[in-house]
Design a protein around this ligand. Structure first.
Ligand code: ZN
Length: 470
């Protein structure tokens, strides 16, 4: 198991938020700066945005900096975060009595159980905005789909969108490497797409640039390498900076509570369904949208949500979609699993013709193996596989099984072994076989063996319960 970056054997002392300042940048931008100090070092955490957002700005308190930094400060070993600027009373209560104790447990009680020392303010705001992030990915559009004009509670409908630079724009795919755009270019180019979407659909946009990534990684005050360990704090703390305007904020997550896992060694999305409501400040409330929807369910909503057809942006490595990286592949296969008609709706977001010509067959050829691998991508393949079986079964005809030389028969191992319609433990059982049956071998891939039934139909048996025979 990977270790938390730095355990707190010796205290690093206190981290102070010593100064908060609002500065003009040119005629039309503002920057809010939080000066951070320790006994040895100093750094500035800043946020840059259009002056038009000044009406929503809440820089009379330290909520944003405290929320952005608490977990990283605990891991680095600080004993306290101190500030002469006040913190919202409810946020203080939530952090000190709920979030920090549980993060301490998540860090195996070996990180600092940090204290927040700041005056409290009970002054709250009642802003007009109900917002969610709009990166134009599957989660963003599923959230907007859910909370647009048809949502039953008017006061909960989204009426503003946000776009934050919090460190997500890394431009890297495990197999393809880095794209050609820098982090800043990715942010700026993709922001432009979101600006276009907002104009087209009449939503005000709160776009904010920040150096939170650099502060956490390069300032010498912390050592927080991984975006996925702190992304919820990074993003929600930016929303807090505008809590005079934003009263509700939705932050979409990959996981439901049955995936819950409190650990600091993995993506914090595993525990954010608990965390997110506990970051409410009294002025801004945080929620997780999308109910119990899995990724494949969100994609289904998108196929019925016209505003997103031309704007979907999922690619890991470039502005627009490369059609080849892990996220593009996942999304194309998911859309395709709902049928050609669903897929073709996204022809202005992806090069659908190239996908059909170059990738569709080979990606579905290996899906049986890919969905059974021990990696974080596998369960998405399983969802696409089951969805295709229901909505686009022709795709599963591309599945390829290799034939082991000299093998002609398959013997079930046991008295009651399931013979399935498809190579999935979630697939229908066609019949029960036993070790007295000798099945006709077709081929095998991953943990599945394809056979031919006595009726001449294709069926599948799991390798754990079968022996291959000449
Ligand atoms: Zn891509």
């Amino acid at each position: 198991m990977q270790k938390v970056e730095k355990a707190s054997k010796t205290s690093m002392g206190s981290l102070s938020i010593s100064h908060i300042e609002r500065k003009a940048v040119g005629n039309d931008k503002l920057r809010v700066e939080f000066t951070l100090k320790t006994a040895q070092k100093e750094a500035v955490l800043w946020y840059l945005f259009d002056r038009s957002l000044e009406q929503y700005l809440c820089d009379d308190r330290c909520d944003t900096a405290v929320t952005a930094l608490t977990l990283a400060a605990m891991k680095y070993g600080y004993s306290s975060i101190e500030s002469e600027y006040p913190i919202s009373e409810k946020l203080y209560y939530n952090l000190q009595y709920h979030v920090i104790p549980q993060l301490y447990v998540g860090g195996d009680r070996r990180i600092s159980r940090i204290k927040i020392k700041a005056p409290l303010t009970s002054e709250v705001f009642h802003g007009p905005l109900v917002a969610t992030g709009m990166s134009r990915g599957v989660d963003s559009f599923a959230s907007l789909y859910e909370y647009s004009e048809n949502f039953e509670l008017k006061e909960y409908r989204v009426n503003a969108l946000t776009y934050f630079q919090a460190g997500a724009h890394h431009g890297f795919d495990h197999d393809l490497g880095h794209g050609t755009e820098s982090r800043l270019e990715l942010f700026q180019h993709q922001l432009q797409g979101t600006i276009d979407f907002c104009k087209e659909n009449g939503y005000p946009l709160l776009a904010v640039q920040s150096n939170i990534r650099e502060v956490l990684l390069e300032s010498g005050l912390f050592l927080e390498k991984y975006f996925d360990r702190t992304h919820t704090f990074r993003n929600l703390s930016i929303a807090m900076l505008f809590q005079k305007g934003i009263r509700r904020y939705y932050y979409s997550s990959t996981y439901t509570l049955n995936d819950f896992k409190l650990t600091l060694h993995a993506d914090m999305a595993y525990y954010e369904r608990w965390l997110i409501p506990h970051l409410s400040t009294g002025s801004i409330e945080f929620f997780q949208p999308n109910q119990d929807w899995r990724r494949i369910d969100k994609v289904e909503k998108l196929t019925r949500f016209e505003p997103c057809y031309d704007h979907l942006q999922v690619c890991l490595i470039k502005t627009g979609n490369c059609g080849k990286c892990m996220k593009c592949r996942r999304t194309l296969m998911e859309l395709d699993a709902y049928g050609d008609e669903a897929l073709d709706k996204f022809k202005n977001s992806f090069d659908i013709e190239t996908y059909k010509r170059e990738d569709r067959r080979r990606w579905f050829a290996s899906i049986v193996e890919d969905k059974e691998k021990d990696n974080s991508e596998a369960h998405y393949f399983e969802e696409s596989f089951l969805c295709a079986a229901e909505h686009h079964p022709e795709l599963l005809e591309y599945m390829e099984f290799s034939k082991a030389e000299g093998i002609h028969h398959v013997k079930p191992l046991g008295r009651r072994i399931n013979i399935r319609k498809l190579p999935s433990l979630k697939s229908d059982i066609l019949y029960i076989a036993s070790s007295r049956d000798l099945l006709k071998y077709v081929g095998d891939r991953g943990p599945w063996i394809a056979i031919e039934t006595p009726d001449g139909e294709r069926a599948y048996i799991h390798k754990d319960f079968a022996e291959l025979l000449p």
